[in-house]
Write a protein that binds this ligand. Structure first.
Ligand code: NAP
Length: 303
């Protein structure tokens, strides 16, 4: 029996663990993939305070992990497949764990285009992680799909490796922050294909080209390339919480100011929550609040 179970070891979960460890709560941190989570799909973060010029996401996560290793936190690699909100227990692939309180920091996963060729050629030219796969495309021609901050940051990263980087975005305007857009426009290797969508991914054993459709004229053309990186947003990892907690229509967890959910003693933090800004800085802030709220909730057992 633990005091607290934290599900997910991204920045939100790691910060929650830091605070719970410092409150001397007997804590279990469960991560299904690798410590760090989806932030590791990006190479660098430029807007985390205290790091002028930015910091590599790997370094930031390593530092967070080292900090919690100084505390008595048990970390296991396992996937949570079910949760009993009332009984405060979680079922994983390998067992069942119980606690007085639970923090959900389960994050989100990359959205797919859901077009022909995408699934078949994933890992053979189609990628969702520039940091992981970018080095395979040195001096090659790559495409990156989307128009948000992730596309902008990863296009800049890829331009340091690839020969050309084409950004394909479905509208005429990017939604990336102004400072990132300025950097994109100044970069001679980056080109824009706007008001366009990728309608098919072509290739037999590996990606050879994309079918690109102009959304205004509906005209289609074939664009040869060696790799395509898809950065069209994220969906919350909350499938196992359906009908257990209040979620919004997209599956994000609805929380109060104290990161409480609709079920007493269950808190949530980070990218799995419904909010207006999805950044590492406020994922960490949420994690701290969630751990503090869980600590107060657990204290009611002692009274
Ligand atoms: P995002 O901001 O949600 O942008 C997703 C982009 O993909 C949008 O431009 C959207 O187009 C496009 N899109 C969505 N579905 C599509 C589809 N089916 N086909 C084609 N295009 C599609 O996602 P993100 O850039 O991955 O970022 C996710 C969150 O993390 C955001 O809140 C972002 O601010 C944050 N983030 C922050 C930083 C940073 O500040 N350092 C870095 C990375 C990410 P429309 O514009 O037309 O909707």
């Amino acid at each position: 029996m633990f005091d607290l179970i934290i599900i997910g070891a991204g920045p939100a979960g790691l910060t929650a663990a830091l605070y719970s460890g410092r409150s001397r709560l007997k804590t279990l941190l469960i991560e299904k993939m690798i410590v760090g989570g989806r932030i590791l799909l990006s190479e660098k973060i430029e807007n985390y305070p205290g790091f002028p010029g930015g910091v590599s996401t790997q370094e930031l996560i390593q530092r967070m992990e080292e900090q919690i290793k100084e505390l008595d936190i048990e970390i296991i690699q396992d996937e949570v497949i079910d949760m009993d909100c009332k009984g405060k227990s979680v079922k994983t692939i390998s067992g069942v764990y119980s606690a007085k309180s639970i923090i959900l920091a389960c994050g989100s996963y990359p959205r797919k285009l859901n077009i022909t060729g995408e699934e078949r050629l994933t890992g053979r030219g189609v990628s969702y992680c520039a940091t992981c796969d970018g080095p395979l495309y040195r001096e090659k021609n790559v495409v990156i799909v989307g128009g948000g901050n992730a596309v902008a940051e990863e296009a800049i990263y890829l331009s340091r490796l690839a020969k050309t980087v084409n950004i394909i975005h479905r509208r005429n305007d990017l939604r990336a922050s102004a400072i990132l857009q300025e950097k994109l426009k100044k970069n001679p290797k980056i080109n824009f294909i706007l008001s366009s969508v990728v309608s098919e991914i072509l290739g037999s054993d590996k990606l050879e080209a994309l079918k690109v459709k102009d959304v205004n004229t509906q005209a289609e053309r074939i664009l040869s390339c060696d790799g395509v990186f898809i950065y069209i947003g994220y969906d919350p990892e909350t499938g196992f919480l359906k009908n257990k907690l209040a979620l919004d229509e997209k599956g994000f967890i609805i929380t109060g100011q104290d990161m409480s959910t609709s079920s007493p003693g269950i808190f949530a933090c980070g990218d799995c929550c419904k909010k207006t800004l999805y950044q590492v800085i406020n994922a960490c802030g949420d994690g701290a609040v969630a751990a503090d709220s869980a600590d107060k909730y657990i204290a009611t057992f002692k009274e």
